[in-house]
Design a protein around this ligand. Structure first.
Ligand code: IPM
Ligand code: MG
Length: 355
């Protein structure tokens, strides 16, 4: 039986991961595959318990697991620590790097029921269906960094090897082939040398994918185009930092960041987490939206376990519950039926039972 390591982490992570586990168990009930869930510590919770954001036991369990489901890490309590020890760098970035999870997939799809939840005009966002493929273990995040004196200065080096670029861009082409055949590579080749290498390699790989319509866009323009005419995009492939920024921006095209799941992959091995953070301000109140985590569970079934049918069952159950007018507070408009975190999880389980 495949093992899934659940790392709830901090803040609302502790409330949303149980809902995703509940939904995964429900969708697999009576089917050929079942999953064995194990639990571990990461982030602030791990610092408090064992003094380290990524304990050795967690890393070992993650290496042994078939997939990882993560809630979120971080909170004001740990912000006083040196940056490298904090939940974000010492926990999340470390596990991504240690497991070489270089491919971060963040799909953004506007659900017809949520068109009004977006701050953008309905006609702009109504058909949004795109995927951002973000390089996750290179670039500015992991290049050499440091401080100097005389004058006091700080630096972060943006470095990519050919191999790092090649593997993520290849995946972008493969995804584009499976979708509508459009790939937009986002870079800053007018300024950055690393982007010029990125573009050269992308152009070279394109020769192997004649059916893919490849475009290149500078990242500043891409940010503008995403809000101007988001429907022009299908698959976007980009480096780590640009992807971090563009995925927060793109999440709003789907109504709420509370709905954007993510998969961080190295082949079949994957870490699945919502794209949002630990939201300490609303933690412990049973009001957090569990849908991004539940949808991350669907991505786990799809990418780590090849259970496409079951993945779609979860995605359809989420659509069905939203269509019935149920919302967590982050999405609610006057007249909507507001559900808490647990109640939303239960509603998804019930909807699965109806299909
Ligand atoms: C994300 C987050 C992380 C990142 C932070 C928490 C380090 O913003 O997953 O997008 O920058 O990658
Ligand atoms: Mg981010």
């Amino acid at each position: 039986m495949p093992n899934v390591l659940v790392l709830p982490g901090d803040g609302i992570g502790k409330e949303i991961t149980p809902e995703a586990v509940k939904v995964l168990e429900a969708v697999l009930k009576g089917r050929s595959t079942s999953l064995n869930f194990e639990y571990g510590l990461i982030g602030g919770a791990a610092i408090d318990e064992v003094g380290k954001a990524l304990p050795d036991a967690t890393l070992a369990a993650a290496q042994a697991a078939d997939a990882i489901l993560l809630g979120a890490v971080g909170g004001p309590k740990w912000e006083i620590l040196p940056a490298q020890e904090r939940p974000e760098l010492g926990g999340l970035l470390k596990i991504r790097k240690a497991l070489s999870l270089y491919a971060n997939i963040r799909p953004v799809k506007m659900s017809p029921m949520l068109v009004d939840a977006s701050t953008l005009r309905p006609e702009v966002v109504k058909d949004v269906d795109l995927v951002v493929l973000r390089e996750l273990t290179g670039g500015l995040y992991f290049g050499e960094k440091g401080r100097k004196t005389n004058p006091t200065s700080a630096y972060d080096i943006l470095i990519y090897t050919e191999e790092e670029i090649r593997r993520i861009v290849e995946l972008g082409f493969q995804m584009a082939v499976k979708r509508t055949g459009r790939l937009c590579s986002v870079d800053k080749a007018n300024v950055l040398e690393s982007s010029r290498l990125w573009r050269e390699i992308t152009v070279e790989i394109a020769k192997d994918y004649p059916s893919v319509d490849l475009t290149h866009m500078y990242v500043d323009n891409a940010a503008m185009q995403l809000v101007l005419r988001p429907n022009q995009f299908d698959v976007i492939v980009t480096e780590n930092m640009f992807g971090d920024i563009l995925t927060d921006l793109a999440s709003m095209l789907g109504g709420s960041i509370g709905l954007v799941p993510s998969a961080s992959l190295n082949g079949k091995k994957g870490l699945y987490e919502p794209s949002h953070g630990s939201a300490p301000d609303i933690a412990g109140k049973n009001i957090a939206n569990p849908l991004a985590t539940i949808l991350s569970g669907a991505l786990m079934l799809r990418y780590s376990f090849d259970l496409e049918e079951e993945a779609q069952m979860i995605e359809q159950a989420v659509e069905a519950v939203l269509a019935e007018g149920y919302r967590t507070p982050d999405l609610a408009k006057p007249g909507d039926k507001v559900l808490g975190t647990r109640e939303m999880g239960n509603a998804i389980v019930e909807a699965l039972g109806r299909n």
